[in-house]
Design a protein around this ligand. Structure first.
Ligand code: CUA
Length: 313
């Protein structure tokens, strides 16, 4: 991944943003050079006390020139920016109730992202899968405070506002993994509200989709089975959902396919069994302020839970 993702666009939208940025940078650079150049000339030319420039007041011509020129520059920048913004806003379709209005529904939470795939039962967290070359309409809102959804290489930023739905286009030219972040301060763990966008070729995307639609079966391994029991009997199921079980709450991330995700806790940890155990043992050790408490689970309970969660492929 580039260290300057905005300079490395991977979608037509991100490319247009980069082009606008470079365009404005050239204009500002030119103005800066002219002003700085004139200052340097003045400093050099009038460096001695005996050489004072002739004072020049009341020239209407010059006044008009230096008012009109900046106004033209500002209007020009405003016009090219407005043109771009207008092409970016995915227009929400006028919809009869119950009809699909977006391809992806993204909800910001403190401090993770919930992703629903419209027209399916698939719900996930902090990981978005999209097919390449297709412009997807993404609906963005928030369950608590204002967040901002940003995938620098693919699209513009968009605020996630409670009680309001905003829409953007999300699109990727090439298959790959694109880093997403929350771009609006939303509390202590704002910096750990990362997500990944996986862009697949259309065929691979269909494959992923059909895999994701499968509800993981109950485990047969006795340790994992014990973990499943623990999960459903403890408070876990009061916040999380796992398809095919009675756990169906959406206060915390959906765990139906947790084991197939790459990261834990919105980017804090790589998703490995060891890290999962550490996370379950004391979430606040990795993400202070996070809403999942330390349940004082015994080592055996932790092992069983990890064994179960690892079956959720
Ligand atoms: Cu969510 Cu910052």
């Amino acid at each position: 991944m580039s260290s300057f993702p905005v300079f490395d666009p991977a979608s037509p939208q991100a490319e247009a943003i980069r082009d606008l940025f470079v365009h404005v940078l050239w204009i500002s650079g030119a103005i800066f050079s002219i002003v700085a150049g004139l200052i340097c000339i003045a400093i050099f030319k009038f460096r001695s006390k005996d050489k004072l420039p002739t004072q020049d007041f009341g020239s209407h011509r010059k006044e008009i020139a230096w008012i009109v020129a900046p106004v033209i520059v500002v209007l020009w920048i405003a016009a090219i920016s407005a043109k771009l913004v207008l092409t970016f806003n995915a227009v929400p379709i006028a919809h009869p109730p119950g009809e699909q209005v977006a391809d992806l529904i993204v909800t910001g939470h403190q401090w993770w992202w919930e992703i629903e795939y419209a027209g399916t039962d698939i719900v996930s967290a902090n990981e978005i899968h999209i097919p390449t070359g297709k412009r997807l309409r993404v609906q963005i809102s928030s369950a608590d405070v204002i967040h901002s959804f940003w995938v620098a290489r693919l699209a513009r930023k968009m605020d996630a506002i409670p009680g309001r739905e905003n829409y953007i286009w999300l699109e990727a030219d090439e298959p790959g993994v694109y880093q997403g972040r929350c771009a609006e301060f939303c509390g202590t763990q704002h910096a750990w509200m990362n997500f990944l966008v996986h862009a697949h070729t259309p065929a691979e995307y269909e494959e992923w989709l059909s895999k994701e639609k499968v509800v993981p079966p109950a485990p047969t391994n006795p340790i994992a089975l014990a973990g499943r029991k623990t999960f459903l009997s403890l408070t876990c199921s009061q916040c999380h959902a796992i398809a095919g079980t009675k756990a169906d709450r959406s206060i915390a991330p959906d765990l139906t396919h947790l084991a197939s995700r790459g990261e834990l806790a919105a980017g804090v940890l790589k998703n490995t069994p060891e890290n999962l155990k550490l996370w379950l043992k004391n979430p606040a050790a990795f993400k202070p302020g996070c809403k999942m408490p330390d349940f004082k689970l015994t080592d055996q309970q932790l092992n069983e839970l990890v064994a179960y969660l690892e079956t959720l492929k």
